[in-house]
Design a binder for this molecule. Structure first.
Ligand code: MN
Length: 260
């Protein structure tokens, strides 16, 4: 098992552990809680999570209006409650009675090209949205600090240049998709975009890596407030980024690549 694969597995375990922890919560989750969950989730998954709870539809980590005025309440209600929920329901239907029901989602992603397109679209839609909700928060934005900030400066020359590349990845994604900041298996940061509901963990991705930050650029993510003006939504997105969450993902990724 490569280090990248190992880390991806741990990342997914964290994702599943977190979703179990947040059921019933509507308030923003504290960063130290995430850290604890990332530390303990393997044990937690083995001891308290039943297989059937593996792919839970997780509570939104904040209120629907928490990201106003940048992302409006109605958009968030529909995006989370209908779009994300539909991906979840369709994912559950697509894997019902198959080996995938008991598989780690990372193993599904690693072999996604071998599975039906309904699995590819809906497993991605399920995972990507949960990942996106968590890298946003009320009163977010600003700039990252510490090691992540240093690494962004090193990889992209400056935060502004990174912001430009990430924004451009979203703006130039034809049709629907996602923009990503990820870490490759050499621990280098890179920006990419994926079509539809694909993500950098999938074997179909042009550039594979561990995702750290994502931005949904499907029209349903912004159309009610911004109509066709995707660049305005992208500019607004920088005001809701949860850099503490992204930094935790980065630290965990480095640690598991043995670079820290
Ligand atoms: Mn979406």
């Amino acid at each position: 098992m490569s280090k990248l694969t190992l880390f991806a597995a741990l990342m997914i375990a964290g994702f599943l552990g977190l979703q179990f922890s947040f059921i019933g919560q509507v308030t923003e989750f504290p960063a130290d809680q995430i850290k604890n969950d990332q530390t303990n989730n393997s044990t937690k998954n083995q001891t308290i999570m039943k297989q059937t709870e593996k792919f839970e539809f997780q509570q939104l980590p904040y209120a629907y209006d928490a990201l106003e005025p940048f992302i409006d309440k109605l958009t968030l209600e529909i995006h989370y409650g209908r779009h994300h929920k539909a991906y979840y329901d369709n994912f559950m239907n697509a894997i019902k009675g198959t080996e995938m029901e008991s598989m780690d989602i990372n193993d599904i992603f690693k072999n996604i090209s071998k599975y039906p397109v309904a699995v590819r679209n809906n497993s991605g839609g399920y995972f990507n949205h949960t990942f996106y909700w968590k890298n946003m928060k009320a009163n977010g934005g600003g700039k990252p600090t510490g090691k992540l900030a240093e690494s962004i400066d090193k990889s992209f020359t400056s935060f502004d240049e990174f912001k430009k590349q990430f924004s451009d990845a979203g703006k130039t994604r034809f049709g629907s998709g996602w923009a990503w900041l990820s870490l490759d298996d050499k621990a280098n940061l890179f920006v990419s975009s994926t079509p539809n509901q694909d993500n950098p963990l999938m074997d179909t991705a042009e550039k594979k890596g561990i995702p750290l930050l994502t931005m949904d650029v499907w029209e349903h993510a912004y159309y009610l407030k911004y109509q066709n003006k995707r660049p305005d939504y992208i500019e607004a997105f920088w005001n809701v980024i949860n850099w503490e969450e992204v930094a935790l993902r980065y630290e965990a990724a480095l640690k598991n690549l043995g670079k820290k």
